[in-house]
Design a protein around this ligand. Structure first.
Ligand code: GDP
Ligand code: MG
Length: 449
Protein backbone atom coordinates (compact mmCIF):
# COMPACT_ATOMS: atom_id res chain seq x y z
CA UNK A 1 0.00 0.00 0.00
CA UNK A 2 2.77 2.40 0.95
CA UNK A 3 4.55 1.62 -2.29
CA UNK A 4 1.43 2.28 -4.34
CA UNK A 5 0.76 5.61 -2.69
CA UNK A 6 4.39 6.51 -3.01
CA UNK A 7 4.24 5.73 -6.74
CA UNK A 8 1.14 7.87 -7.09
CA UNK A 9 2.97 10.79 -5.51
CA UNK A 10 5.79 10.30 -7.98
CA UNK A 11 3.33 11.26 -10.73
CA UNK A 12 3.12 14.65 -9.10
CA UNK A 13 6.84 14.97 -8.68
CA UNK A 14 7.60 14.03 -12.25
CA UNK A 15 4.96 16.19 -13.91
CA UNK A 16 6.12 19.35 -15.67
CA UNK A 17 3.11 21.29 -14.52
CA UNK A 18 0.55 20.25 -12.03
CA UNK A 19 -2.88 20.63 -13.49
CA UNK A 20 -6.22 19.12 -12.68
CA UNK A 21 -5.43 16.09 -14.85
CA UNK A 22 -2.21 15.19 -13.05
CA UNK A 23 -3.79 15.66 -9.67
CA UNK A 24 -6.77 13.52 -10.62
CA UNK A 25 -4.52 10.76 -11.92
CA UNK A 26 -2.53 10.80 -8.71
CA UNK A 27 -5.61 10.81 -6.51
CA UNK A 28 -7.17 8.03 -8.51
CA UNK A 29 -4.17 5.80 -7.84
CA UNK A 30 -4.21 6.65 -4.17
CA UNK A 31 -7.91 6.04 -3.74
CA UNK A 32 -7.76 2.78 -5.66
CA UNK A 33 -4.93 1.57 -3.46
CA UNK A 34 -6.80 2.52 -0.30
CA UNK A 35 -10.04 0.94 -1.44
CA UNK A 36 -8.20 -2.23 -2.35
CA UNK A 37 -6.85 -2.26 1.18
CA UNK A 38 -10.46 -2.11 2.34
CA UNK A 39 -10.22 1.28 3.87
CA UNK A 40 -13.72 2.64 4.37
CA UNK A 41 -15.12 4.29 1.24
CA UNK A 42 -16.23 7.38 3.10
CA UNK A 43 -12.78 7.93 4.57
CA UNK A 44 -11.22 7.51 1.16
CA UNK A 45 -13.60 9.99 -0.46
CA UNK A 46 -12.89 12.43 2.35
CA UNK A 47 -9.20 12.16 1.69
CA UNK A 48 -9.73 12.86 -1.97
CA UNK A 49 -11.90 15.90 -1.36
CA UNK A 50 -9.60 17.34 1.28
CA UNK A 51 -6.44 16.92 -0.77
CA UNK A 52 -8.15 18.46 -3.79
CA UNK A 53 -9.39 21.42 -1.81
CA UNK A 54 -5.98 22.07 -0.38
CA UNK A 55 -4.35 21.77 -3.78
CA UNK A 56 -6.82 24.17 -5.36
CA UNK A 57 -6.39 26.66 -2.59
CA UNK A 58 -2.67 26.65 -3.18
CA UNK A 59 -1.27 29.48 -5.17
CA UNK A 60 -1.76 28.53 -8.81
CA UNK A 61 1.58 29.89 -9.97
CA UNK A 62 3.78 28.17 -7.44
CA UNK A 63 4.51 24.84 -9.06
CA UNK A 64 7.10 23.61 -6.62
CA UNK A 65 5.13 24.79 -3.69
CA UNK A 66 2.04 23.04 -4.98
CA UNK A 67 3.85 19.73 -5.15
CA UNK A 68 4.78 20.08 -1.54
CA UNK A 69 1.31 21.11 -0.57
CA UNK A 70 -0.25 18.09 -2.23
CA UNK A 71 2.25 15.70 -0.78
CA UNK A 72 1.85 17.17 2.66
CA UNK A 73 -1.94 17.03 2.32
CA UNK A 74 -1.76 13.33 1.49
CA UNK A 75 0.52 12.63 4.44
CA UNK A 76 -1.73 14.64 6.76
CA UNK A 77 -4.87 12.91 5.57
CA UNK A 78 -3.36 9.46 5.94
CA UNK A 79 -2.11 10.37 9.40
CA UNK A 80 -5.48 11.52 10.57
CA UNK A 81 -7.06 8.37 9.16
CA UNK A 82 -4.66 6.42 11.31
CA UNK A 83 -5.03 8.33 14.52
CA UNK A 84 -8.75 8.87 14.59
CA UNK A 85 -10.01 5.41 13.89
CA UNK A 86 -12.91 5.76 16.24
CA UNK A 87 -14.84 8.11 18.46
CA UNK A 88 -12.28 7.64 21.20
CA UNK A 89 -9.05 9.16 20.16
CA UNK A 90 -5.66 7.66 20.62
CA UNK A 91 -4.47 9.97 23.36
CA UNK A 92 -7.51 9.32 25.47
CA UNK A 93 -6.93 5.58 25.22
CA UNK A 94 -3.33 5.90 26.28
CA UNK A 95 -4.02 8.19 29.22
CA UNK A 96 -5.37 5.62 31.66
CA UNK A 97 -7.01 6.95 34.79
CA UNK A 98 -5.13 6.46 38.01
CA UNK A 99 -6.76 5.29 41.20
CA UNK A 100 -9.19 2.84 39.62
CA UNK A 101 -8.56 -0.68 38.41
CA UNK A 102 -8.08 -0.52 34.64
CA UNK A 103 -8.64 -3.95 33.20
CA UNK A 104 -7.05 -4.36 29.77
CA UNK A 105 -7.45 -7.53 27.74
CA UNK A 106 -5.12 -8.50 24.90
CA UNK A 107 -6.36 -10.45 21.89
CA UNK A 108 -4.77 -11.51 18.61
CA UNK A 109 -3.53 -14.45 16.59
CA UNK A 110 -0.95 -16.82 17.99
CA UNK A 111 2.50 -15.42 17.43
CA UNK A 112 1.29 -11.86 16.94
CA UNK A 113 3.19 -10.83 20.03
CA UNK A 114 0.52 -10.61 22.72
CA UNK A 115 2.48 -12.06 25.62
CA UNK A 116 5.54 -9.98 24.83
CA UNK A 117 3.47 -6.85 24.31
CA UNK A 118 1.46 -7.34 27.50
CA UNK A 119 4.63 -7.07 29.52
CA UNK A 120 5.96 -4.14 27.52
CA UNK A 121 2.64 -2.42 28.04
CA UNK A 122 2.73 -3.09 31.78
CA UNK A 123 6.30 -1.83 32.02
CA UNK A 124 5.36 1.34 30.13
CA UNK A 125 2.70 2.20 32.71
CA UNK A 126 4.84 1.09 35.61
CA UNK A 127 7.28 3.80 34.62
CA UNK A 128 4.39 6.24 34.76
CA UNK A 129 3.66 5.28 38.33
CA UNK A 130 0.95 2.70 37.83
CA UNK A 131 0.78 -0.60 39.69
CA UNK A 132 0.42 -3.11 36.85
CA UNK A 133 -0.24 -6.85 37.14
CA UNK A 134 -0.39 -9.62 34.55
CA UNK A 135 -2.91 -12.43 34.28
CA UNK A 136 -2.20 -15.41 32.03
CA UNK A 137 -5.47 -16.67 30.57
CA UNK A 138 -3.76 -18.80 27.95
CA UNK A 139 -4.22 -22.47 28.69
CA UNK A 140 -4.08 -23.38 25.02
CA UNK A 141 -0.41 -23.07 24.36
CA UNK A 142 1.99 -25.18 26.36
CA UNK A 143 4.45 -23.03 28.21
CA UNK A 144 2.33 -19.91 27.91
CA UNK A 145 2.30 -19.31 31.65
CA UNK A 146 6.03 -19.85 31.95
CA UNK A 147 6.67 -17.35 29.20
CA UNK A 148 4.53 -14.71 30.87
CA UNK A 149 6.10 -15.48 34.24
CA UNK A 150 9.56 -15.01 32.83
CA UNK A 151 8.72 -11.68 31.20
CA UNK A 152 6.86 -10.42 34.25
CA UNK A 153 9.67 -11.37 36.60
CA UNK A 154 12.18 -9.57 34.44
CA UNK A 155 10.14 -6.39 34.60
CA UNK A 156 9.18 -6.94 38.24
CA UNK A 157 5.48 -7.03 37.57
CA UNK A 158 3.27 -9.31 39.69
CA UNK A 159 1.56 -12.10 37.76
CA UNK A 160 -1.15 -14.69 38.10
CA UNK A 161 -1.77 -17.99 36.34
CA UNK A 162 -2.32 -21.68 36.84
CA UNK A 163 -0.75 -24.93 35.71
CA UNK A 164 -3.79 -27.01 36.61
CA UNK A 165 -6.92 -25.02 35.86
CA UNK A 166 -7.92 -25.52 32.21
CA UNK A 167 -10.70 -22.96 31.86
CA UNK A 168 -9.14 -19.63 30.84
CA UNK A 169 -12.25 -17.68 31.85
CA UNK A 170 -11.99 -19.04 35.39
CA UNK A 171 -8.31 -18.12 35.67
CA UNK A 172 -8.94 -14.68 34.22
CA UNK A 173 -11.79 -13.97 36.63
CA UNK A 174 -9.76 -15.12 39.64
CA UNK A 175 -6.67 -13.22 38.63
CA UNK A 176 -8.50 -9.97 37.98
CA UNK A 177 -10.38 -10.32 41.23
CA UNK A 178 -7.25 -10.94 43.25
CA UNK A 179 -5.37 -8.02 41.77
CA UNK A 180 -8.34 -5.72 42.26
CA UNK A 181 -8.32 -6.65 45.93
CA UNK A 182 -4.61 -5.90 46.09
CA UNK A 183 -5.47 -2.48 44.62
CA UNK A 184 -3.59 -2.79 41.39
CA UNK A 185 -4.67 -0.06 39.04
CA UNK A 186 -3.68 -1.78 35.78
CA UNK A 187 -4.64 -5.41 35.34
CA UNK A 188 -3.55 -6.89 32.04
CA UNK A 189 -5.14 -10.10 30.77
CA UNK A 190 -3.15 -12.11 28.23
CA UNK A 191 -5.28 -14.53 26.25
CA UNK A 192 -4.48 -17.53 24.11
CA UNK A 193 -3.73 -17.08 20.45
CA UNK A 194 -5.50 -18.43 17.47
CA UNK A 195 -3.86 -20.06 14.51
CA UNK A 196 -6.69 -18.80 12.42
CA UNK A 197 -10.13 -17.41 13.02
CA UNK A 198 -11.48 -20.50 14.78
CA UNK A 199 -14.90 -20.42 16.35
CA UNK A 200 -14.03 -22.39 19.48
CA UNK A 201 -11.25 -20.04 20.39
CA UNK A 202 -13.39 -17.03 19.63
CA UNK A 203 -15.95 -18.39 22.04
CA UNK A 204 -13.23 -18.64 24.67
CA UNK A 205 -12.33 -15.01 24.03
CA UNK A 206 -15.94 -13.98 24.53
CA UNK A 207 -16.08 -15.81 27.83
CA UNK A 208 -12.89 -14.24 29.13
CA UNK A 209 -14.28 -10.83 28.20
CA UNK A 210 -17.58 -11.56 29.93
CA UNK A 211 -15.81 -12.69 33.08
CA UNK A 212 -13.30 -9.87 33.34
CA UNK A 213 -15.35 -6.97 31.93
CA UNK A 214 -12.31 -5.21 30.47
CA UNK A 215 -12.22 -1.43 30.22
CA UNK A 216 -10.19 -1.79 27.07
CA UNK A 217 -9.56 -4.63 24.63
CA UNK A 218 -6.38 -4.32 22.60
CA UNK A 219 -5.97 -6.16 19.34
CA UNK A 220 -2.33 -7.10 18.76
CA UNK A 221 -1.31 -7.46 15.16
CA UNK A 222 1.88 -8.50 13.46
CA UNK A 223 2.98 -5.42 11.51
CA UNK A 224 4.26 -7.43 8.60
CA UNK A 225 1.02 -9.11 7.56
CA UNK A 226 -0.12 -6.50 5.05
CA UNK A 227 -3.21 -7.43 3.07
CA UNK A 228 -4.48 -10.05 5.52
CA UNK A 229 -4.85 -7.37 8.18
CA UNK A 230 -8.37 -6.36 7.35
CA UNK A 231 -10.07 -9.75 7.60
CA UNK A 232 -8.13 -10.70 10.64
CA UNK A 233 -8.84 -7.49 12.49
CA UNK A 234 -12.49 -7.61 11.52
CA UNK A 235 -12.91 -11.15 12.80
CA UNK A 236 -11.66 -10.08 16.22
CA UNK A 237 -13.67 -6.91 16.23
CA UNK A 238 -16.82 -8.87 15.36
CA UNK A 239 -16.28 -11.08 18.38
CA UNK A 240 -15.26 -8.66 21.11
CA UNK A 241 -15.27 -4.92 21.47
CA UNK A 242 -11.78 -4.06 20.32
CA UNK A 243 -10.91 -0.51 21.38
CA UNK A 244 -7.30 -0.10 20.30
CA UNK A 245 -4.62 -1.71 18.16
CA UNK A 246 -0.95 -2.39 18.81
CA UNK A 247 1.25 -3.31 15.87
CA UNK A 248 4.25 -5.45 16.61
CA UNK A 249 7.42 -6.34 14.75
CA UNK A 250 7.79 -2.89 13.31
CA UNK A 251 11.55 -3.33 13.46
CA UNK A 252 13.29 -4.34 10.30
CA UNK A 253 11.53 -4.21 6.99
CA UNK A 254 7.92 -4.30 8.09
CA UNK A 255 6.41 -1.06 6.96
CA UNK A 256 2.99 -1.71 8.39
CA UNK A 257 0.96 -1.53 5.21
CA UNK A 258 -1.82 -3.33 7.05
CA UNK A 259 -2.17 -0.50 9.53
CA UNK A 260 -4.81 1.45 7.66
CA UNK A 261 -6.85 -1.69 7.06
CA UNK A 262 -6.64 -2.71 10.70
CA UNK A 263 -7.73 0.71 11.86
CA UNK A 264 -10.55 0.71 9.34
CA UNK A 265 -11.69 -2.79 10.29
CA UNK A 266 -11.60 -2.27 14.05
CA UNK A 267 -12.65 1.38 14.01
CA UNK A 268 -9.92 1.76 16.58
CA UNK A 269 -6.69 3.70 16.55
CA UNK A 270 -3.20 2.29 16.84
CA UNK A 271 -1.77 3.30 20.19
CA UNK A 272 1.66 1.66 20.37
CA UNK A 273 4.10 -0.20 18.17
CA UNK A 274 6.53 -2.97 19.05
CA UNK A 275 9.98 -2.52 17.55
CA UNK A 276 11.85 -5.57 18.78
CA UNK A 277 11.88 -8.56 21.08
CA UNK A 278 13.31 -6.67 24.03
CA UNK A 279 11.07 -5.22 26.69
CA UNK A 280 12.09 -1.65 26.01
CA UNK A 281 11.44 -1.89 22.29
CA UNK A 282 8.02 -0.37 22.49
CA UNK A 283 6.92 3.10 21.43
CA UNK A 284 3.93 5.34 21.22
CA UNK A 285 2.46 5.28 17.76
CA UNK A 286 3.27 8.46 15.85
CA UNK A 287 0.99 8.69 12.85
CA UNK A 288 3.02 11.21 10.87
CA UNK A 289 6.34 9.51 11.27
CA UNK A 290 4.63 6.23 10.51
CA UNK A 291 3.12 7.48 7.27
CA UNK A 292 6.51 8.87 6.36
CA UNK A 293 8.06 5.46 6.79
CA UNK A 294 5.16 3.79 5.00
CA UNK A 295 5.79 6.00 2.01
CA UNK A 296 9.51 5.35 2.21
CA UNK A 297 10.35 8.86 3.30
CA UNK A 298 12.15 7.97 6.47
CA UNK A 299 11.82 9.48 9.85
CA UNK A 300 14.59 11.97 10.41
CA UNK A 301 13.08 13.42 13.51
CA UNK A 302 12.80 10.03 15.19
CA UNK A 303 16.32 9.28 14.11
CA UNK A 304 17.68 12.50 15.48
CA UNK A 305 15.85 11.84 18.75
CA UNK A 306 17.51 8.45 18.99
CA UNK A 307 20.89 10.01 18.42
CA UNK A 308 20.04 12.48 21.11
CA UNK A 309 19.46 9.66 23.59
CA UNK A 310 22.94 8.35 23.00
CA UNK A 311 24.66 11.67 22.57
CA UNK A 312 23.00 14.10 24.94
CA UNK A 313 24.15 17.22 23.25
CA UNK A 314 21.42 19.62 22.25
CA UNK A 315 23.67 21.70 20.10
CA UNK A 316 24.69 18.92 17.76
CA UNK A 317 21.09 17.86 17.38
CA UNK A 318 19.90 21.33 16.51
CA UNK A 319 22.77 21.75 14.14
CA UNK A 320 21.92 18.56 12.33
CA UNK A 321 18.26 19.48 11.99
CA UNK A 322 19.29 22.88 10.75
CA UNK A 323 21.70 21.53 8.18
CA UNK A 324 19.25 18.98 6.88
CA UNK A 325 16.49 21.53 6.65
CA UNK A 326 18.69 23.58 4.36
CA UNK A 327 18.97 20.60 2.08
CA UNK A 328 22.62 19.90 2.81
CA UNK A 329 23.62 16.33 3.11
CA UNK A 330 27.36 15.99 2.98
CA UNK A 331 29.74 13.08 3.36
CA UNK A 332 30.64 14.45 6.76
CA UNK A 333 27.06 14.19 7.93
CA UNK A 334 26.93 10.62 6.72
CA UNK A 335 30.21 9.96 8.53
CA UNK A 336 28.96 11.44 11.77
CA UNK A 337 25.70 9.52 11.61
CA UNK A 338 27.48 6.25 10.94
CA UNK A 339 29.78 7.00 13.85
CA UNK A 340 26.74 7.56 16.06
CA UNK A 341 25.13 4.35 14.90
CA UNK A 342 28.35 2.54 15.76
CA UNK A 343 28.49 4.08 19.19
CA UNK A 344 24.94 3.05 19.95
CA UNK A 345 25.31 -0.59 19.13
CA UNK A 346 21.78 -1.42 18.10
CA UNK A 347 22.41 -0.95 14.44
CA UNK A 348 19.19 -2.41 13.11
CA UNK A 349 16.69 -0.20 14.83
CA UNK A 350 18.55 2.98 14.12
CA UNK A 351 19.26 2.19 10.53
CA UNK A 352 15.66 1.37 9.82
CA UNK A 353 14.79 4.94 10.68
CA UNK A 354 17.19 6.60 8.32
CA UNK A 355 15.68 7.33 4.97
CA UNK A 356 17.48 5.33 2.36
CA UNK A 357 19.69 3.40 4.72
CA UNK A 358 17.32 0.66 5.75
CA UNK A 359 17.25 -0.96 2.33
CA UNK A 360 20.66 0.15 1.23
CA UNK A 361 23.84 -1.71 0.67
CA UNK A 362 25.11 -0.31 3.94
CA UNK A 363 22.66 -2.06 6.11
CA UNK A 364 21.34 -5.57 5.67
CA UNK A 365 18.59 -6.67 8.00
CA UNK A 366 19.47 -9.84 9.81
CA UNK A 367 23.14 -9.36 9.07
CA UNK A 368 24.02 -6.93 11.76
CA UNK A 369 27.61 -8.09 12.08
CA UNK A 370 28.22 -7.70 8.38
CA UNK A 371 26.54 -4.33 8.44
CA UNK A 372 28.72 -3.20 11.29
CA UNK A 373 31.83 -4.30 9.40
CA UNK A 374 30.59 -2.45 6.36
CA UNK A 375 30.03 0.72 8.32
CA UNK A 376 33.58 0.44 9.59
CA UNK A 377 34.93 0.01 6.09
CA UNK A 378 32.97 3.00 4.82
CA UNK A 379 34.31 5.08 7.64
CA UNK A 380 37.88 4.04 6.91
CA UNK A 381 37.42 5.27 3.35
CA UNK A 382 35.93 8.52 4.59
CA UNK A 383 38.95 8.95 6.83
CA UNK A 384 40.99 9.25 3.64
CA UNK A 385 38.85 12.07 2.31
CA UNK A 386 39.88 15.70 2.35
CA UNK A 387 37.86 18.30 4.22
CA UNK A 388 36.58 19.55 0.91
CA UNK A 389 35.31 16.12 0.02
CA UNK A 390 33.64 15.73 3.37
CA UNK A 391 32.00 19.12 3.40
CA UNK A 392 31.11 19.93 -0.15
CA UNK A 393 27.47 19.44 -0.99
CA UNK A 394 28.38 19.38 -4.69
CA UNK A 395 27.84 15.91 -6.17
CA UNK A 396 30.00 16.78 -9.21
CA UNK A 397 33.01 16.30 -6.99
CA UNK A 398 32.53 12.57 -7.27
CA UNK A 399 32.76 12.45 -11.02
CA UNK A 400 36.54 12.74 -10.84
CA UNK A 401 38.18 9.39 -11.03
CA UNK A 402 41.47 10.65 -9.59
CA UNK A 403 39.70 11.33 -6.30
CA UNK A 404 38.33 7.85 -6.11
CA UNK A 405 41.75 6.36 -6.83
CA UNK A 406 43.39 8.52 -4.17
CA UNK A 407 40.84 7.58 -1.52
CA UNK A 408 41.11 3.90 -2.41
CA UNK A 409 44.88 4.02 -2.04
CA UNK A 410 44.65 5.88 1.23
CA UNK A 411 42.21 3.40 2.70
CA UNK A 412 43.91 0.38 1.18
CA UNK A 413 40.81 -0.85 -0.61
CA UNK A 414 39.81 -1.58 -4.18
CA UNK A 415 38.40 1.51 -5.96
CA UNK A 416 35.15 -0.40 -6.44
CA UNK A 417 34.48 -0.06 -2.75
CA UNK A 418 34.90 3.68 -2.91
CA UNK A 419 32.49 3.70 -5.83
CA UNK A 420 30.04 1.77 -3.74
CA UNK A 421 30.27 4.23 -0.87
CA UNK A 422 29.73 7.15 -3.21
CA UNK A 423 26.81 5.36 -4.80
CA UNK A 424 25.16 4.88 -1.42
CA UNK A 425 25.86 8.44 -0.42
CA UNK A 426 24.30 9.76 -3.62
CA UNK A 427 21.27 7.56 -3.24
CA UNK A 428 20.58 8.70 0.31
CA UNK A 429 21.31 12.25 -0.66
CA UNK A 430 18.72 12.11 -3.43
CA UNK A 431 16.15 10.81 -1.00
CA UNK A 432 16.83 13.59 1.41
CA UNK A 433 17.43 16.65 -0.72
CA UNK A 434 16.01 15.53 -4.04
CA UNK A 435 17.82 15.29 -7.32
CA UNK A 436 18.72 18.95 -7.18
CA UNK A 437 17.35 19.60 -10.63
CA UNK A 438 14.92 22.15 -9.35
CA UNK A 439 11.99 19.83 -9.08
CA UNK A 440 11.12 17.32 -6.50
CA UNK A 441 13.51 18.87 -4.08
CA UNK A 442 11.93 17.45 -1.03
CA UNK A 443 12.70 18.51 2.41
CA UNK A 444 12.04 15.80 4.95
CA UNK A 445 11.61 18.06 7.88
CA UNK A 446 9.09 20.35 6.33
CA UNK A 447 7.12 17.45 4.99
CA UNK A 448 7.00 15.59 8.21
CA UNK A 449 6.21 18.74 10.15
P1 GDP B 1 1.70 -14.41 21.24
O1 GDP B 1 1.57 -15.80 20.72
O2 GDP B 1 0.73 -13.49 20.55
O3 GDP B 1 1.62 -14.32 22.73
O4 GDP B 1 3.14 -13.89 20.79
P2 GDP B 1 4.49 -13.81 21.63
O5 GDP B 1 4.46 -12.67 22.57
O6 GDP B 1 4.80 -15.14 22.22
O7 GDP B 1 5.52 -13.44 20.48
C1 GDP B 1 5.80 -14.27 19.38
C2 GDP B 1 7.22 -14.00 18.89
O8 GDP B 1 7.29 -12.69 18.37
C3 GDP B 1 8.24 -14.05 20.00
O9 GDP B 1 9.38 -14.67 19.52
C4 GDP B 1 8.52 -12.60 20.33
O10 GDP B 1 9.81 -12.41 20.85
C5 GDP B 1 8.34 -11.97 18.98
N1 GDP B 1 7.97 -10.56 19.06
C6 GDP B 1 6.96 -9.96 19.74
N2 GDP B 1 6.93 -8.65 19.54
C7 GDP B 1 7.94 -8.35 18.68
C8 GDP B 1 8.44 -7.15 18.07
O11 GDP B 1 7.93 -6.03 18.25
N3 GDP B 1 9.51 -7.28 17.24
C9 GDP B 1 10.09 -8.50 17.01
N4 GDP B 1 11.14 -8.54 16.19
N5 GDP B 1 9.66 -9.63 17.56
C10 GDP B 1 8.61 -9.58 18.38
MG1 MG C 1 1.07 -15.69 24.13
Amino acid sequence: LGQKISNALTLINNAETIDEKVLDACLKEITTALLQADVNVKLVMNLRTNVKTRANNADKGAGLNKRKIIEKAVVDELSSMLSSGSATDEKQLVDLKKGKPNVVMFVGLQGAGKTTTCTKYGAFYKKKGFKPALVCADTFRAGAFDQLKQNATKMQIPFYGSYTETDPAVIAAKGVDEFKKASHDLIIVDTSGRHKQEESLFEEMRQVATQTKPDLIIFVMDGSIGQAAHDQAKAFRDTVEVGAVIMTKMDGHAKGGGALSAVAATQSPIIFIGTGEHMDEFERFEAKAFVGRLLGRGDWRGFVDKIQEAVPDDESKDELMDTLSKGNFTMRILYEQLANVQKMGSVGQIMSMIPGLSNSGIFDKGKEKESAARIKKFMTMMDSMTNKELDSPDPKLWQQESRIMRIARGAGVHPNYVGELIGEYMRIRTMIVGSGKGKGKQNMLQQMG
